[in-house]
Design a protein around this ligand. Sequence first.
Ligand code: FAD
Ligand code: MG
Ligand code: MG
Length: 307
Amino acid sequence: MTLGEVASHCYNITTSYLSVSNDSAVIESTKDAIQITRNHFLQEIFPRWNPFSDQISFSYNGGKDCQALLILYLSCLWEFFLSSIQVSQYPPEYHLFPLKFLPTVYINQAETFRTLEESIETTRSRYFLSVYESPRNQTSMPEAFKNYLEHNTQTEAIVIGIRYTDPFGADLKCIQKTDSDWPEFMRIQPLLHWSLSNVWSLLLYSNEEICGLYEKGFTSVGSVNSTVPNPYLKRNPVAEREGNGPENHFKWEIRNAFGKEEPTDEVHVSRFSDSDAKILQEAGQLDYYPGWFLVDDSLERAGRARR
Ligand code: FAD
Ligand code: MG
Ligand code: MG
């Protein structure tokens, strides 16, 4: 595989998603969300910062939001490439995709789950990310980015998978400068309008491997000391017997996921590490529904608590 090939694969995922005929309200709203993000990239962002240069970087922490955004980014990158060679007399296979690796930045903050670290490694090679990893625990986020920019002087804009429903997300815009207490660059935030359901619907349909923590009931991932499985997803046998347990709203996406040869209920998740299993076992936190059973945006961070 090459970056061009995985970008073309992501393009096929989104094209396939956009042609799904299913009368689910979530799928319809996710299609709209995809089109808005796609227009941002192709009409506003890529004409301003050439994605085949070092002007744009992608901020990546292995979470579901930036993975969903990465799939869309790569999909749009492929479309942008196709439109750039349209004038040529030669067919696409005679043109070289102009990028080998995607400039990416990961701020390695507090202690992270081993499962997340391993999953970041997998995605690093899967999507040809050239990851700049900040020294662990060294600095605050703004300082870490200052450091990044000192090493990557060409960077003018950084893509972020933040949504309106995130803390302090409500007033953000798709394209805006950083605040005065941050180093100066442009923030690119084309996922703002996405709901939790939109993210899960696309990600589960994509059949791409997602971080194994989500299968264990995590819905939002921070440091080991400040993240537990979401309490709203705790298995409750009594409620289950009475038919009151939480529901999987994405059964269709999972069964009909992109590239599956036959419908199965299997979700492609990364390996759950033994050390994380031990942490959860000691805390009595192993019996949870998967993170995608939660669709209420206001409860997404209910698992952010001191361990
Ligand atoms: P999450 O869902 O965890 O993260 C949202 C997105 O932020 C992720 O999808 C990813 O793209 C990015 N991100 C989060 N954590 C990391 C990480 N460790 N390494 C790399 N990327 C990460 N806040 C301000 O108040 N003013 C600013 O000017 C400002 N500029 C920012 C510029 C960039 C490039 C980034 C990444 C963040 C900036 N922030 C700024 C902070 C931002 O608004 C969020 O608070 C921050 O991303 C943490 O998100 P979260 O944990 O709440 O949500
Ligand atoms: Mg998030
Ligand atoms: Mg975070």
